[in-house]
Write a protein that binds this ligand. Structure first.
Ligand code: NDP
Length: 409
């Protein structure tokens, strides 16, 4: 059997986890190349992978904004599949490179233009025909949220319901990094997402509300703790309500600490979260990009972060004509992730599903030509792999009252 060769692009917090986890499954990932804008970061990750797993991975420098460079690297590395864990800005250019060089594609975040704080799937769904005609497969959003949350929903529909009615995705980070202010993934992408207008789906349309205007306390199971969760827009809502049209309401909630929100408010008030260029001493700078340069690198937070994350879906609907409600979730420990691969749990919970999505594609289970969201595939093998590769999940049934009040603990 030929050796599967994969190319990972992006050597940040998530790239570090993807490289380690692929290296830990040599029977699927026979040859691994890690490429990014800064070669030294790839080399540092390759050295850590060698130390932890004994495997050598190749490294390369690439500017993924240039499809010709990426296509040349795909050909040179012999990659069958490219895992894009660079930034959402590069998605379309990397998809072009995959089409040019005949390579399957996977990412963890949907395309976002750098100069407009807006993300939606339309740009990537537009590649459906070209990938289909080329006999290539593109898997969109194979992280945790989007990613596992989409697969949780598909699995619930397959095994627990005849029809889904409501979906509430809840993302709690109960971790503490000990710093005054830091984001747990790329600061620029994180702040653009958090400061965006909130949108949730209700009765056949998306409804807009001001950012962070609705919140409530949420007590996680297994003693993770009680945190304030805020309703916000998240990209998987768009694909899930499209592919599961019986959903009457779909919402996304994320926990934030008062200190995080206060810093963000002040930074916003003084203009530091602006994404339009301003002139400073004759040079154009984008305040949010400058802020990113000052903030801690999320990839370095692992060594100081303690506590756990809890991410899951509360789902209601009908089974055999009766109301049913469940909560499916994963709990992940920051320190355990750091001990295993040198990353905090946010990078870990994104990187592990990227490896598992790639595994499904290379195993021929999720490889139909075209552009796919996670919920469009059979969830069973992916769900089994979550348990096998570090993200064990549980599913509990809820009473109608508990589901309505988000009482899951
Ligand atoms: P980082 O900023 O830590 O890493 C991004 C990497 O991409 C860096 O190594 C960067 O290079 C590289 N890069 C940026 N631009 C280019 C380019 N033009 N060419 C080549 N490489 C480039 O981000 P994270 O690791 O935290 O996040 C990675 C991705 O994962 C993001 O898209 C993020 O949105 C997504 N994500 C998804 C989640 C999910 O659950 N679905 C959750 C968290 C993140 P350099 O080091 O030189 O800057």
């Amino acid at each position: 059997m030929p050796v599967n060769s994969v190319l990972i692009i992006g050597a940040g917090g998530v790239g570090n986890v993807v490289a380690h986890k692929c290296a830990m499954v040599p029977e699927v990932f026979g040859k691994i190349t890690l490429a990014s804008r800064t070669l030294a970061k790839c080399e540092a990750i390759a050295a850590a992978v060698r130390q932890r797993t004994g495997r050598s991975i190749a490294t390369a420098q690439v500017d993924a904004d240039d499809p010709a460079q990426t296509a040349a690297l795909i050909r040179q590395s012999g990659a069958r599949l490219l895992l894009n864990v660079a930034l959402p800005y590069q998605d379309l250019q990397i998809m072009e490179a995959c089409l040019a060089a005949g390579c399957h594609y996977l990412d963890t975040a949907n395309y976002e233009p750098q100069d407009v704080a807006k993300y939606e799937y339309s740009w990537q769904w537009a590649y459906q025909e070209r990938f289909g005609q080329a006999g290539l497969c593109a898997l969109l959003g194979s992280g945790f949220d989007p990613g596992v949350t989409n697969v949780f929903t598909a699995w619930a529909l397959k095994h627990h319901f005849d029809e889904l009615h409501t979906l509430d995705i809840i993302d709690v980070n109960g971790g503490n990094h000990g710093l005054a202010f830091a984001t747990n993934f790329n600061p620029e992408i994180n702040i653009r997402e958090v400061t965006a207008e909130c949108r949730h789906y209700e009765n056949g349309r998306f409804v807009s509300t001001p950012p962070m205007s609705l919140h409530q306390p949420f007590t996680c199971p297994e003693g993770v703790g009680t945190y304030e969760i805020y309703r916000m827009y998240h990209e998987e809502l768009e694909s899930l309500v499209k592919h599961i049209p019986t959903l009457r309401r779909a919402q996304f909630w994320m926990s934030f600490s008062p200190a995080y929100l206060k810093h963000l408010e002040v930074l916003g008030n003084v203009g530091m979260t602006r994404i339009d260029p301003v002139l400073f001493k004759g040079v154009e700078i984008v305040p949010l990009q400058f802020l990113k340069a000052l903030l801690p690198d999320p990839g370095d937070l692992g060594k100081s972060t303690t506590g756990r994350t809890c991410i899951g879906n509360i789902i209601t609907g009908l089974k055999d004509g009766h109301f049913k409600a469940i909560f499916i979730f994963n709990i992940c420990d920051h320190a355990a992730c750091y001990a295993e691969v040198g990353s905090q749990a946010i990078s870990y919970t994104t990187g592990v599903p990227a490896m598992i999505g790639a595994k499904q594609m290379l195993a021929g289970k999720w490889n139909a030509p075209g552009v796919w969201n996670m919920e469009q595939h059979d969830p069973d093998a992916f769900m089994a792999d979550l348990n096998a590769h570090g993200l064990p999940w549980r599913c509990v049934e809820l009473t109608p009252a508990a589901a309505a009040s988000f009482r899951v603990a």
